[in-house]
Design a protein around this ligand. Structure first.
Ligand code: ARG
Ligand code: ZN
Length: 468
């Protein structure tokens, strides 16, 4: 309970901070959009005053010259962002870190713009009426490097020896395109990436086509299901594209680095069987295609980029199961605030336990017991998983205590109610976002039980819960 109060205070403080940027908006008076979506952990992530509904990204990328040159490339791009104002807008922000902006055009007219921190502030010639979609065209470019998040981990557009690995959780999309960079503002995407002939650029969703002229190849990708910005990729490498399908007819597009030994992608072999297993637990696979990117460079982790997770140097079977489970748990239903990330990582970790058991490995009960075997004095138990702090997003407790919480919840409400919850959670919040309280409410609705004490002990309080 205590941490819930603390987080509310932090959120209120963040909102107060943001409010200084904007005139309090009555629904009818024209006003600027806020510089953030109101996330207590990342106050400037996302923006207020509009919904971004579609991104059309046209990128040209020159990777680094042959090693040992420094790992810097060159990106030149035009981003067309379709926004729908939620009030009469006098100005609005996009998130963008680095890059030089050459021009911003709104409704076919040049707009004024300034840069402030990671904010691109756009003032159109005329007020943008509430509810009317407009195209914002940003022409920009710059040198690419190896950006890092607040923890110091590589993220965003990460320049590699032969291309780029693009993995942007939580707020790294702003390193490569102007964006409303928060999961609450999902959008569809058309992404075209032009790279030197011979290289392959891989995006989310469906491959529309590729076209080579004058030594450059343009790869066009289309993601028709709404997507949170941290799940967008446009990775570039020396990939072999493999197009297959599951027995159920779901197109699979894998991009496997030609410089890797076959063993590096062996963990992908059971992808179709994993999809079938998770469909029995979580309902129909939520998107129109799937596949993997396995790069011989590394950002130090794998990421569940929508429809097409990216792996650093190898795709291990357990990780493949984890990233697949995220397509339901994290991608279709996403965290409404970054503090809710245990709903991503707990579910994906729990799902990899299910896969392991299904595939003849350790039973989920043993995986749960292994988590609970950690002594009370272990610092692991000090993370409050429903409010781990911006530096604790990827703490091991978010994953393992998160998974143990779901296992314990199954004991608490029974297999039938838990099975219903596992299907209803991604169904009810499909293509949307939700909070820990939303999850508790659904668990209570489907079980008919009061789960306040359970959630208090397992996710809102530090310290080791009693083994059920
Ligand atoms: N969501 C990813 C996964 O567990 C992990 C991302 C880790 N990111 C980081 N910056 N450390 O599948
Ligand atoms: Zn994960």
């Amino acid at each position: 309970m205590r941490s819930r109060v603390r987080s509310a205070v932090v959120a209120a403080a963040a909102v107060a901070l943001l409010a200084t940027a904007a005139v309090p908006a009555s629904a009818s008076r024209p006003a600027p959009g806020e510089s953030g979506a109101g996330d207590a952990y990342f106050p400037f992530a996302g923006n207020g005053g509009y919904d971004a509904v579609h991104y059309d990204l046209d990128l040209r990328y020159q990777p680094p010259a042959a090693a040992p040159a420094p790992l810097t490339g060159r990106l030149d791009a035009v981003a067309t962002v379709t926004i729908v104002p939620t009030r009469h807008l006098t100005s609005f922000n996009l998130d963008l870190r680095g890059m030089d902006v050459e021009s911003v055009v709104v409704r076919n007219r040049p707009a004024e713009f300034t840069r402030e921190g990671d904010e691109l502030i756009v003032t159109p010639k005329t007020i943008l009426p509430r509810g009317k979609a407009v195209d914002v065209v940003v022409t920009y470019g710059g040198a690419t490097g190896r950006p890092t998040d607040i923890e110091g981990a590589l993220y965003g557009w990460v320049t590699t020896r032969d291309g780029a690995m693009v993995a942007s959780e939580p707020d790294g999309s702003m390193t490569w395109y102007p964006v409303s960079d928060h999961p609450t503002d999902k959008a569809t995407y058309d992404v075209a990436v032009t790279v030197p002939e011979g290289l392959v650029a891989v995006g989310n969703g469906d491959l529309v086509g590729s076209d080579t002229a004058g030594g450059w190849t343009t790869w066009e990708w289309s993601a028709r299901e709404p997507m949170a910005s941290y799940l967008v990729t446009a990775s570039v490498g020396n990939y072999e594209l493999r197009q297959t399908a599951t027995p159920g007819g779901l197109p699979l597009i894998d991009a496997i680095d030609r410089d890797l030994a076959p063993a590096a992608s062996a963990g992908l072999a059971q992808t179709a069987e994993m999809i079938a297993l998770f469909e029995t637990h979580f309902g129909p696979y939520p998107f129109s295609s799937y596949g993997a990117i396995v790069d011989d460079d590394s950002v130090g982790y794998a990421l569940e980029t929508q429809t097409r997770p990216i792996y650093s140097t190898r795709a291990n079977e357990g990780t493949v199961a984890h990233e697949l489970a995220h397509q339901w748990m994290g991608n279709s239903v996403s965290p409404a605030r970054w503090q809710d990330i245990w709903l991503n990582e707990g579910w994906a970790t729990y799902a990899s336990w299910l896969w392991g058991e299904h595939d003849g490995g350790a039973p989920a009960a043993d995986r749960f017991a292994a988590v609970m075997a950690r002594p009370e004095s272990n610092a692991f138990w000090q993370t409050v998983v429903a409010d781990p702090g911006p530096l604790g997003l990827f703490a091991s407790a978010v994953y393992d205590r998160g998974a143990a919480t779901l296992y314990a919840l199954r004991q608490e409400i029974g297999a039938d109610a838990f099975g219903a919850l596992s299907r209803e959670w991604p169904a009810r919040y499909r293509d949307s976002v939700a909070t820990t309280d939303d999850f508790q409410a659904l668990a209570e609705e489907l079980s008919g039980q009061d789960l306040e004490d359970f959630f208090d002990v397992w996710v809102w309080t530090a310290g080791k819960p009693a083994v059920p």
